[in-house]
Design a protein around this ligand. Structure first.
Ligand code: HEM
Length: 218
């Protein structure tokens, strides 16, 4: 069987730079459209939609790393996960900023009322609030301070963020095709993890009791 290719440190660094630039492209595109009136008749809605969609894209990409690594054997994929997660948080924060800045002119009362009044906004806010401590503890120092197990347990809440984000999208969208596609993809990714966990924790099958072969009747 062929072993999957590994990456030298230099190649991995090049892949990381390429990913960093590629992941920044949607934000650059947004800034460009904002500067040159490319956002259509309702720029705030366009900003909200595009930043929301990219938050979800990066959340799903982050959750896809472990299954892809396991299926392909490309272990270096794991080294890209932190950057993907941080980009999910970055676009989520832009999305939130559009909401608090453009939608509500930083009026804390109006923001709180809207978050509490519209359930889909509350669900989106919950997803972002879950991502906040994950982004803050995404560095090596936090892993050392919290200890591996606690850090991992905390970072498992990204699954809850994914579920809430998919729910937020399903709830607010008028056309359901895209939200359903995203939710299906998320269900597949989480389902893969669940079955992988079950497989790992399943005890070794006990061999059936072997009966001695009897050649002669007693
Ligand atoms: C992980 C966090 C979040 C994700 C993944 C997310 C995702 C999305 C997506 C995909 C859309 C719809 C885009 C479209 O219509 O094509 C959207 C719209 C929206 N989101 Fe979020 N969102 C998140 C957090 C939030 C937060 C924190 C708020 C505000 C508190 C918020 C408020 C809104 C609003 C107001 C809209 C526009 C609804 C409309 O079109 O009327 N979202 N979001």
């Amino acid at each position: 069987m062929r072993t999957p290719p590994t990456l030298t440190d230099r190649r991995l660094a090049a892949v990381k730079v390429a990913l960093f630039v590629a992941a920044l492209a949607p934000a650059a595109h947004l800034v460009w459209d904002l500067a040159f009136d490319g956002l259509g008749p309702d720029p705030v809605e366009a900003l909200q939609r595009r930043t929301g969609a990219w938050t979800l894209n990066f959340l799903l990409l982050t959750l896809a790393v472990t299954p892809l690594r396991s299926i392909t054997g490309l272990h270096w994929l794991l080294r890209l996960r932190r950057m993907l997660g941080l980009y999910a948080f970055f676009y989520g924060t832009l999305h939130f900023l559009v909401f608090i800045g453009f939608d509500h002119a930083f009026d804390v009362d109006a923001i709180a009322r809207d978050v509490l009044k519209r359930p889909f906004t509350a669900v989106g806010f919950a997803a972002w609030a879950i991502m906040l401590p994950l982004a803050l503890t995404s560095h090596q120092g936090a892993i050392r301070a919290l200890g591996g197990r606690r850090w991992q347990a905390l970072h498992r809440s990204v699954y809850a963020a994914g579920i809430l984000a998919a729910l937020h999208y399903l709830w607010l969208a008028e056309a359901l095709l895209w939200p359903i596609l995203y939710a299906t993809l998320l269900a597949l990714l989480l389902g893969w993890r669940a079955q992988d966990r079950i497989r790992r924790h399943r005890p070794w099958p006990t061999p059936p009791k072997v009966q001695p072969i009897r050649f002669f009747r007693k």
